[in-house]
Structures are given as C-alpha cells and as structure tokens.
Design a protein around this ligand. Structure first.
Ligand code: DUC
Ligand code: ZN
Ligand code: ZN
Length: 455
C-alpha cells in the first residue's frame, strides 16, 4: 500500500461510517479495517471527516474577458483549488469563429498541462458553428473527452451569444452524440435596453449592474432554454442559477420528467443584491448578479430539497485596479468574482452548522458533478476510484481573508467570512497537495480528465 488513511469518518452521499482507506498507485484499493501498514504512509484521521475531493464544475482561468484576462492562471487557480479541497477543476475554453473545438481545447490544454496542481477537465463554450463544421466535430470532441458544450444566451456585443436557432442545433447534436448542453441564461436585449437608459440618466454605480439584469431578465432566458430543451427532448444543464422564477421553472420541468440539471454558486447563497449598494459594490459584479432575498431563500430551499444538482463557483477573479475601471461606470467593471478555494469549505461549513447534511454537501460538490459530466473515476470514495481525498476538521475555525487564500487575486468578496470547520489535507490521486493552510503540491501534477459521453 502507498497510503492508508485510518480512523476517520468516511462521508458518501448516502451514509457516513468509520473505516480506513487504502491507496495504491493513485487509486482507492480497499475500504475497511486492519490493513497492513508496511511501507505505507499512514495518516491518522481520528476525529476528522474523510471526503471525496470536490469537483468545481465551473471556472474561468486565464480567461480573456472584459478587456483583460481573469487574474488566476491555471497554476494559481488550481493551487487555490487544492487548498480548498477541490481535486478536479472544470475550465471553460472559448471556441471562436473559424476555430475548431479540439483545436480550442488543445490550445488551453497546452497552457494547463505544465501548471495544473489538481486534475482538470474542459467544457467548451461554442460561439460560432463555422457553417456547421462545429456540429460535425461534436462526435470527435466527445471521443476526445469533451462531453459538454456551453451556450451563452447573453454577451451579444462581445460576440459570445448564440441565437435560439443555434441553441436548438446544439441541443440536438449534443443529444445525438451523448453530450450535454450547458446554458448561461440572461436576456441580452433587455440588459442592453436597461444599460442604455441608466447611462443616459447618469445612473452609473454598481447597483445599476443589478438593476440592468434583475430577476426577470434571467428568468426569461432560463425558461426559454428549458422550453427548447424540453421541445427537443435534449438534456440541459443550467449554470449559475440565481433567480427564483427560473429555478421554479427548472424544478417544474424536472418534476415533469425532463432531464434538466441545476447548478448554483456559493455567492448566490451568501450574498444578495444589497452588496451592490456598498462602496466596494463593484468587487461583487458578476453575471448573473446576486439577486434579492426571495431568490436566495428559494435557492437554499432547493439545496435542502435536492432539486439543485450541483454547486460550483464560476470562479473568475479580477484585480482591484481592474474592478476600479468601473468606479464611475458599471459597464466597465470586468464581470466575475473569486470562489474556487471557498466552495467546499463554505458548503461543508453550512453542513457543520446543520443547514444541510455532510452527505448532501458531498453530493452537490463531488458526486453529482462527476456523474452528470462523465468523470468515471472521480467524485466518490469507493474502491476503484481515484484517491482524490479531503480530510476535514469539523472543529477548526477559519476566517477567509485574501491573506490566507492561494490565488493571485488581491481581494476577495469572501473577506471576513467565518467558517466552522475546514479542510486540513487534500490528496490528488494519492498525492498530498495541501496540508494545514499550505500548498504542498507541484504544478504539473494535475492530469486531463478524459470524460465519457452519455451513451
Ligand atoms: N460571468 C461572470 O461573471 N464572469 C465570467 C463569465 C460569466 O458569464
Ligand atoms: Zn456564465
Ligand atoms: Zn461562467
């Protein structure tokens, strides 16, 4: 054996029980008791929880966006991930007009390979069908391990939006090839209308970022995407759900038997639109924006009931000086916030405080993303799976500060947030990458996760 983690409480989506885990060649080879410790590194997890590493299914690392590039490189982002108990990171490379899917992915893979501190996978954002050539490439992309494609229903002027006809073509092709369509749902025309009006009236603070994209702007696009997915009988994954009306429409469609998955993010569970009234409101600017209390309450209810499938971060930090570009004009604030290192500790702290069970936190952050996105070796503590393991101390008190994070950004919306319990060790395929507040891994250790399609 290479590694034995003993005396801990193992948490799965359905149960928690005391047992030891034996690891060899990066895999979990046995779960039980009484393993020979000869030649193995032995970790005593008495009094601790032993959890599957989290999967952050939604990040934007080194992403050209908003006139700059998001502040975390693949190295910084995955280093921070490791320190927050995330052992697989999904990034969203952006296919552009004239470029192919695999070409786009390989370009990003080249950047990521030498830097990745945890394992990584890619969804691919589709912005242009290249006269149909992109649809013809879906099958090859699925065989390559890219089994999900994202459509933006927004960012029209930025050239990232797809229209409804393109969305329908993608939904159908994804269904045919065993892939998943991911959707960022907001209505671009109403946003542009609102922005034009606010700027004309001199309403330029971050509060107007929220007012230009309020609840109903997201809800319309959620419902439109659901409508097309239902009509095409195609699976749909709605990213960063933030509004009650859209959430309820998605839950209704799920209950009617349609294959619809819902992701939300910790920022929507923690903050409301009131943050945009703060002096530093621009730091919270992301799209979709945080919504009102009713939406937040609905999201928590759906977390508790099981209706929400995953929690991921939409990690896309920018430096303070970049956020400051929008001090006097909210449209100039690069959209996005940090979260990759906060996801698992935040959800586990909610569990530790009794808001949800630890089993549910594991389901939302590890088991479900692995299952939905075809990461066969990830997301569970079970024999045969990768030894992606987090040891969690439920008694450790932790206050988030930019000073104790491991990214490259210079501020965080999570500053001052107190957490009850915190990860103390992270293993990626049996390799220790984080211990007691410190990154102890090596860039380049992370491997591409070749995912399997849905057929
Ligand atoms: N929203 C953000 O806030 N940042 C990155 C991309 C997105 O859709
Ligand atoms: Zn998005
Ligand atoms: Zn995103």
């Amino acid at each position: 054996m290479d590694l034995i983690i003993k005396n801990g409480t193992i948490v799965t989506p359905v149960e928690s029980y005391k047992a030891d885990i034996a690891v060899k060649n990066g895999k979990i080879v046995a779960i039980g008791t009484g393993f020979s410790e000869e030649g193995a590194k032995v970790v005593d997890a008495a009094g601790k929880l032993v959890l599957p590493g989290a999967i952050d299914a939604h990040t934007h690392l080194a992403m050209p966006f908003g006139g700059t590039v998001s502040a975390d490189s693949y190295l910084a982002g995955t280093r921070a991930a490791a320190c927050g108990g995330v052992t697989t990171v999904f990034d969203y490379p952006m296919q552009r007009k004239g470029k192919g899917i695999i070409e786009t992915i390989e370009g990003r893979k080249e950047m990521c390979d030498p830097e990745a501190c945890v394992d990584y996978a890619f969804h691919c954002c589709i912005t242009d069908l290249n006269d149909g050539a992109i649809l013809d490439e879906f099958e090859a992309a699925v065989n390559y391990g890219i089994t999900s494609f994202k459509c933006f229903l927004v960012y029209k002027k930025e050239g990232m939006m797809v229209d409804d006809g393109t969305l329908v073509k993608i939904l159908l092709k994804a269904k045919e090839t065993g892939a998943m369509t991911n959707i960022h749902a907001e209505n671009p025309d109403v946003i542009d209308l609102n922005i034009e009006q606010f700027l004309k009236e001199g309403k330029t603070s971050a509060w107007y970022h929220y007012l230009s994209r309020p609840e109903f702007v997201e809800a319309e696009a959620d419902k439109r995407a659901i409508h097309w997915a239902k009509s095409m009988e195609a699976p749909l994954y709605i990213v960063h759900m933030a509004d009650k009306e859209g959430l309820e429409a998605a839950i209704t469609a799920k209950n009617d038997g349609h294959e619809i998955y819902i992701e939300t993010c910790p920022q929507y569970l923690e903050f409301t639109c009131e943050v945009y009234k703060r002096e530093d409101g621009r730091n919270f600017v992301c799209s979709p924006p945080m919504k009102g209390q009713e939406s937040q309450d609905a999201l928590w209810k759906a977390i508790e009931s099981g209706a929400i499938d995953t929690v991921a971060t939409d990690h896309c930090p920018f430096q303070s000086y970049e956020k400051d570009w929008g001090k006097d004009d909210f449209t100039k604030i690069p959209n996005g916030c940090a979260g990759i290192e906060n996801l698992y500790p935040y959800m586990l702290s909610a569990a530790n405080d009794g808001k949800i069970s630890f089993n549910r936190a594991v389901e939302l952050c590890a088991f479900n993303p692995a299952k939905i996105f075809g990461c066969e070796d990830k997301g569970s503590l079970a024999v045969g799976k990768d030894a992606d393991i987090v040891i969690y101390d439920p008694n450790k008190e932790f206050t988030i500060s930019v000073e104790n994070m491991h990214s490259d950004y210079d501020h965080t919306i999570w500053e001052g947030k107190k957490l009850h319990g915190y990860p103390v060790k992270t293993f990626v395929r049996g390799n220790l990458v984080y211990e007691d507040g410190n990154f102890v891994g090596k860039p380049g250790i992370g491997q591409f996760v070749k995912r399997v399609g849905r057929k």
